[in-house]
Design a protein around this ligand. Structure first.
Ligand code: 6R9
Length: 574
């Protein structure tokens, strides 16, 4: 089915946490993993305690939990320090009256304060909602409105994008910065933290109580609030151990922002549950900064995304040679298909096999992976982790034989599975419409040896530089522009970004196509929604292809774009 399939890169790991794949799977039992946790006996649990306090209390108080650097800061935060700073933040929230189950959003750049706020929120049993700092007003509004958040942690720079007046549930704006003059409803983070106690009575919650709310895009409607519970720690801990292969001495760098699920499940929970040292690099992507982050911190395990690897690749082999990257011993990727080309390049320049991993916001944790002890087939996502089963189903839920393309599905349940879509039970049910299975929305096939190969999205979700963008959200923003009558948005294949956003637009009467107008429309989306959601290409059309029920037929736009046959047009409007 795929000629890449013949290529095999042999496993080299000798001391992987995982025995052979087959051995690890046979007789696997999640309850054995649970025994690692202190709550196994009591039943009461808290993710932040297990990630930080537990280690701080077990002799790792002075071990570095976080190496943080950006253009102006360079800090090492110990487990002991992370415990007290998150305790303090928990106390700040309690003093404001924030309670278990309340939603608290964090909307700020990656800094040690962000991590203290995230952990402190979890410590008091509140549900944390991380937001990308790139979000503009509409994106922030949608998420805070839907979740009825009571508090937001942000910076004075980002505050103008929080429409406080329109959000009646939002009672507290906690501002992180210097010389904050807190107005009504506002709180000075630093001032409050300085006064707060180091000691906090942790809120012990049930395994099924709320932990985190990640908003993510679907093909229709507003973004969905994917709701995860404390129980997810079982999977975060276990995959941190067997997939990331984390050991106590590791310095681990996950390049993802906590606004993306990778930046929390594997940028916060998995590494700290495993007692590793975590690296966070603030600021924007620059190849030299990235390599110097690895060199300076002696990063051993590195988890990034195809889009970043492709950008590093285009920065050239010479750039790699300027740095000492010999500390690296394990490299992984997630977010989009990992091109075989990138895998080969990684082997050449880093002397590392890049291990692909597949999972989703909804799955909460890794599911289909290449283990350290497994041969890699470049272009394949790997095999389901122990304790889980994956299959390719037809649309009626029948399991398809090897080499047949269909719906990638996972047998339910697994520990980190989402527990609901906030305010939208119907949407939640859609994922489980084929009894006994979670239907991912990705299409794939499995080869004879059980390796899974990604083929595409079943719906229209665009994956640009590893970020999921719903075409509907972009179209809605586009039609708010005074010149735009109708808009249809697709993902156009792009060698660097995976896909870029291309918009087909019909103009209102009185407007003429021009390059200035294109630029103005793109800017409108960038400032109104998010930079990564702005179309990089715009094409004006007199009319857009629509179904009789008025739905824009994105697959026809895509076929036009790719010069492919348009397929069944029976539902098209005239
Ligand atoms: C963790 C994360 C999920 C979607 C998923 C799929 C794509 C993720 C992939 C991959 C090919 C991989 N995706 N990993 N495609 N190979 N290894 O990315 O979550 O942002 O929710 O995106 O990303 O299409 O369905 P999320």
């Amino acid at each position: 089915m795929n000629n890449e399939q013949a290529e095999i890169i042999k496993a080299t790991a000798t001391d992987a946490n995982l025995r052979s794949y087959e051995e690890a799977r046979s007789g696997f039992d999640w309850t054995e993993v649970e025994k690692h946790f202190s709550w196994h006996a009591t039943g009461k649990v808290n993710m932040a305690y297990e990630a930080i306090d537990r280690h701080a209390e077990a002799g790792l108080r002075d071990k570095v939990a976080l190496y943080y650097s950006d253009a102006t800061r360079d800090e090492a935060v110990t487990y002991g320090k992370m415990k007290t700073s998150s305790n303090k933040f928990g106390n700040v929230l309690r003093r404001l009256g924030v309670k278990k189950g309340d939603r608290v959003f964090i909307f700020m750049p990656r800094t040690p304060e962000l991590y203290a706020a995230l952990l402190g929120t979890i410590k008091i049993g509140a549900i944390v909602g991380p937001l990308f700092e790139a979000f503009m007003e509409q994106a922030v509004r949608d998420r805070l409105e839907d979740s009825q958040a009571v508090a937001i942690v942000t910076t004075p720079e980002l505050l103008p994008r929080v429409p406080v007046k329109d959000l009646p549930h939002l009672k507290h704006v906690i501002l992180v910065g210097d010389n904050i003059q807190a107005g009504p409803g506002q709180v000075d983070f630093k001032g409050e933290m300085a006064q707060a106690s180091d000691e906090l009575a942790i809120e012990w919650v049930d395994r099924e109580d709320g932990l985190i709310l990640h908003y993510t895009s679907g093909s229709t409607g507003k973004p969905k609030g994917v709701f995860h519970v404390h129980n997810a720690m079982i999977q975060h801990y276990y995959t941190g151990k067997i997939v990331l292969d984390l050991k106590p001495g590791d310095v681990y760098w996950c390049t993802a922002d906590p606004g993306w699920v990778t930046g929390t499940s594997y940028g916060v929970f998995a590494p700290w549950l495993n007692g590793a040292t975590n690296v966070v690099r603030g600021g924007r992507f620059k190849p030299q900064d990235w390599y110097s982050t690895i060199e300076k911190n002696k990063v051993t395990v590195w988890y990034s995304a195809p889009t970043s690897f492709r950008m590093l690749m285009s920065a050239g082999d010479e750039t790699v040679e300027q740095f000492d990257l010999s500390s690296l011993r394990h490299v992984l990727s997630v977010g989009e298909p990992l091109n075989p080309e990138v895998v080969r390049w990684g082997l050449k320049v880093y002397n590392q096999r890049i291990h692909d991993t597949w999972w989703m916001t909804e799955t909460g944790g890794q599911l289909i992976c290449n283990y350290p002890s497994m041969d890699i087939r470049p272009g394949s996502m790997g095999k389901p982790i122990p304790g889980t089963e994956a299959a390719i189903l037809d649309d009626n839920g029948n399991v398809l034989p090897p080499n047949r393309m269909g719906n990638l599905a996972i047998k339910t349940p697994w520990p980190s599975m989402m527990r609901k879509i906030w305010n939208n039970p119907a949407k939640y049910e859609e994922y489980f419409r084929l009894t006994g299975w979670y239907v991912s929305g990705d299409s794939a096939y499995m080869d004879e040896d059980g390796y899974f190969w990604f083929q595409g999205r079943v719906d229209d979700v665009i994956n640009t530089s590893g970020e999921r963008v719903g075409p509907f959200e972009v179209e809605s923003k586009l039609v708010e522009h005074p010149a735009v009558a109708e808009a249809g948005v697709i993902g156009k294949p792009d060698p660097l970004r995976g896909e870029i956003i291309k918009a087909f637009i019909s103009l209102r009467v009185g407007f003429e196509p021009s390059d200035e107008l294109k630029a103005d429309i793109a800017k409108f989306v960038k400032e109104g929604l998010a930079a990564h959601a702005a179309p990089r290409e715009i094409e004006f059309k007199d009319k857009l292809p629509k179904t009789r029920s008025g739905k824009i037929m994105r697959r026809v736009l895509k076929a036009w774009e790719l010069g492919l046959p348009t397929g069944d047009l029976s539902t098209i409007e005239d």
